[in-house]
Design a protein around this ligand. Structure first.
Ligand code: PMP
Length: 388
């Protein structure tokens, strides 16, 4: 019988459409910023992870141009072969200084940093205990590692305790993994309690600072700094692609951890090194974020302004708990969230709906930037007033 082995893809796509889970891209046609041109029209941008507003900054652009002129466009190989440049090391030293760790290692994305680090740290005889809302890269890192992965309920220390008590002793090593700021909720992990728990059960802790780097803590070092946990033996992973406005990821920790990862993390060893312009832009972003702490002050002024306006003017909208520039409004159904996203777009506001399977419940995710003006936030609040 002649059959087409690819028929199932059509059927699978039809199921995705039926569930309202189908996703497509929207085209930004301008430099990133608080206002962007989206599909031919100017909109106020509440959909970007460029929290400090650095992705269109002249200093970063110049750094990328200078690095391209000096080193070319591509790194041409993996770090251990022909891909390593002195700016990779300069960036690693800058990350380690920011995080106050002995060393750091730059990966080609945050996703790859999580995959490679988890796969290097644990294997078949080991246990991962993970927050159920962890980012996809942490979940897939756990699968890649071959370790037994058990979830604890979101930010629930009692449940973490229960899972450690039930399972820890059956395994060789144990790794607790958590986002610091949860990317699709905006709330924060209870890091000091997690560290205390890890200490009692001889477990390692990996915290994903993707959304917190540049954003949380006095110097923007992240949630570890915010909670006063700097100096603790924590494996800090993160991205260079959000507040640091470039591309790439990193791990920061002890020198022996970094030395070990350089020899064992497959997604670092067997992939092309970060390109020179991306590396230089990330380095310039760290320097700029250190020299301009007012960007973080402005970011939190904007966050507080919007949070207050949502509470006072729009109590009928369900704001999820948040301690970060990510504010999410939950809707009863996926259709409601999608319609809200469309209505906002029609009034010139870009704040898209996020829905299952990415998140358990559908929501509008609003992402605040330091470079939003008061008028932008007022326009968002006015547009939300027309949504029920
Ligand atoms: N971790 C978290 C929590 C994230 O939100 C993201 C990006 N969405 C990543 C890791 C992956 O980072 P990158 O985009 O650099 O691959």
């Amino acid at each position: 019988m002649q059959s087409n082995p690819y028929d199932w893809i059509d059927e699978s796509l039809a199921t995705i459409h039926k569930a309202d889970w189908y996703r497509s891209v929207q085209t930004i046609q301008s430099i990133p910023g608080a206002v962007v041109k989206l599909d031919g029209r100017e909109v106020i941008n509440f959909a970007s992870n460029d929290y400090l507003g650095l992705a269109g900054d002249e200093r970063l652009i110049q750094a990328a141009i200078n690095a391209t002129n000096k080193y070319g466009t591509g790194s041409t190989g993996s770090r251990l072969l022909s891909g390593h440049r002195e700016i990779h090391r300069e960036l690693e030293i800058a990350i380690a200084n920011l995080k106050q760790t002995e060393d750091a290692l730059v990966f080609s994305s945050g996703y790859l940093a999580n995959l490679g680090t988890i796969a290097a740290l644990v294997g078949k005889r080991d246990l991962i205990i993970a927050d159920e809302y962890n980012h996809s890269s942490l979940k897939n890192g756990a699968i890649l590692s071959g370790a037994t992965a058990i979830n604890y309920s979101h930010n629930n220390i009692e449940d973490l305790h229960k899972k450690l008590e039930q399972h820890r002793q059956k395994y060789r090593r144990c790794l607790i993994t958590t986002d610091s700021i949860f990317s699709m909720d905006g709330d924060l992990c209870p890091l000091p309690e997690i560290l205390a728990m890890a200490n009692s059960y001889n477990a390692m802790v990996l915290v994903d600072e993707a959304h917190a780097t540049g954003v949380l803590g006095k110097t923007g070092a992240g949630c570890v700094e915010h909670f006063g946990c700097t100096g603790n033996p924590i494996i800090q992973v993160g991205t260079l692609s959000k507040a640091l406005a470039s591309l790439g990821g990193y791990v920061a920790g002890s020198s022996i951890l970094i030395d070990f990862l350089r020899n064992r993390a497959p997604s670092w060893i067997y992939t092309t090194a970060l390109s020179p312009p991306d590396t230089a832009a990330a380095l310039a972003a760290i320097q700029t974020s250190q020299e301009q702490p007012q960007r973080r002050t402005q970011l939190y002024n904007n966050v507080n302004l919007l949070r207050e306006a949502l509470k006072n003017n729009l109590p009928h909208l369900k704001l999820l708990p948040s301690e970060s520039p990510i504010l999410c409004l939950e809707f009863p159904t996926t259709k409601d969230a999608i319609n809200a996203g469309k209505k906002l777009k029609d009034t010139g506001i870009f704040a898209p709906a996020i829905r299952p399977p990415t998140v358990p419940t559908s929501r509008i995710r609003i992402s605040i930037m330091a470079t939003h003006k008061l008028a932008h936030i007022q326009q968002l609040v006015e547009a939300l007033e027309n949504i029920d």
